[in-house]
Design a protein around this ligand. Sequence first.
Ligand SMILES: Nc1ncnc2c1ncn2[C@@H]1O[C@H](COP(=O)(O)OP(=O)(O)OP(=O)(O)O)[C@@H](O)[C@H]1O
Ligand SMILES: [Mg+2]
Length: 251
Amino acid sequence: MGILEVKNVSKNFGGLKALNNVTLDVRENTVHAIIGPNGAGKSTLLNCLVGKLIPDTGSVMFDGQSVLGRKPFEINQMGISRVFQTPEIFGDLTVMENMLIPIFARRDGAFRMHAIESVAHESAVLEQAEKMLIDMKMIDKRHMHAASMSRGDKRRLEIGMCLSQEPRLLLLDEPTAGMARADTNNTIDLLKQIKAERDITIAIIEHDMHVVFSLADRITVLAQGTPLVEDEPQNIRGNPKVREAYLGETA
Ligand SMILES: Nc1ncnc2c1ncn2[C@@H]1O[C@H](COP(=O)(O)OP(=O)(O)OP(=O)(O)O)[C@@H](O)[C@H]1O
Ligand SMILES: [Mg+2]
């Protein structure tokens, strides 16, 4: 039994079948990578898991409960947090102010910008935000504006913002896209640390095979909206179907 169970999920955009009967189980306390070429439907699948899109057919169960029909913040409160493909931090706010947002949103159920000021003086909230910045090794940067940070630090902040919601399932959509190798390696180390220190399941979409093979316990290969193979990493690397569909190579 998976902590996340996706069954027969399809999603069409007009005539385009972005997801075609996708069935996928993510097992508790594993790192599950979803890989596949551009346009394979990876982000669409994630959007269906977090209430951003409603599938045309199929079911999505998290810990035995359906997520379908729930609003994104309700799904968040069920224990699913997500790092988006495009970073969703507020560039004109400081690192600390960004970190306050999800702590507040978890309590209130929704994010309202003016409310940040009202919680910024509550010592319990500040302590929680500071603790997370220490865990993320970002406490020295708490007064920096988020926009002025490196891509790696922006991602680190975003991951910390997700973790402050204490998710049981963390979804990451291409967390290392556009990063220099050093930042990518730091992100791998951060995710390994998170996995070791917390009771958490991670599902990661990623194009960088170095990241995938450094972290994943299981890999699903999606091609044209359909899972092609699901297996352990050592069986994925040499699989001719994967090489043809994903790497553009014929066996
Ligand atoms: N809102 C939308 N409206 C119409 N078509 C869409 C929409 N979102 C995605 N698509 C299409 O659905 C298909 C799957 O897109 P998706 O973003 O899920 O792919 P992906 O696997 O995440 O690709 P990438 O690796 O480039 O991020 C693509 O052909 C895309 O153009
Ligand atoms: Mg995508």
